[in-house]
Design a protein around this ligand. Structure first.
Ligand code: COA
Length: 161
């Protein structure tokens, strides 16, 4: 795998992979904007044939630049369970901690076992404290369909070593 900041050429592939991974899908425009403005705090993983197999998007919180907010992480279904997500998180962590970031945040729905295990694994291997608190509740989201959106809990990990 080759890990690097995403380029504009990656934007549409991030959008496709987010869709395939079942993430909250944003507009193609949003992924292009991310590749332009937040490439330094994001990563795209390409296989030896140049196909996008995973990505992480995130940013440093404007009012608290010591905290990195991981917005989306996705791995191609055929490449899961091979530590690609961990590799991408470690890659990002090396980049942002060198730049003064001390904490990583993300939100996860209660039933996302894989994502919870990913953040737990990342924190454990660094010996970093991990804390879960409610953030975006069911009622913060628009009520569409029968069930609406699941709540999103905030995970905060750090200080990172
Ligand atoms: C979450 C996701 C990115 C994990 O990618 P991955 O490359 O398969 O994860 P890794 O192989 O790096 O595994 C990292 C850790 O999570 C654990 N894990 C991964 N998938 C798991 C699963 N389905 N169930 C339980 N544990 C799981 C691994 O065992 C490993 O933990 P360990 O170090 O204690 O052994 C991937 O499942 C995915 O793309 N899911 C859909 C999108 C999504 O939900 N994104 C997160 C939104 S917040």
């Amino acid at each position: 795998m080759r890990l690097a900041p995403p380029s504009l050429e990656d934007g549409r592939h991030l959008w496709r992979l987010a869709d395939e991974a079942g993430l909250d899908l944003n507009s193609p425009y949003a992924y292009l904007m991310w590749c332009r403005d937040f490439a330094a705090t994001s990563v795209a993983a390409h296989d030896s044939r140049g196909e996008l197999r995973g990505f992480v998007t995130g940013y440093r919180r404007p009012e608290n630049p010591g905290t990195y907010f991981l917005w989306q992480v996705a791995v191609d279904p055929g490449f899961r369970g091979r530590r690609l997500a961990r590799l991408m998180l470690d890659h990002i962590a090396a980049r942002i901690t060198a730049d003064g970031v001390t904490h990583l945040e993300a939100t996860v729905t209660p039933d996302n076992t894989a994502s919870r295990a990913l953040f737990a694994s990342f924190a454990r291997e660094r010996g970093a404290p991990l804390e879960w608190t409610p953030l975006f509740e069911h009622d913060h989201f628009p009520h569409v369909g029968t069930d609406g959106h699941e709540p999103e809990e905030l995970v905060r990990i750090g200080p990172l070593r």
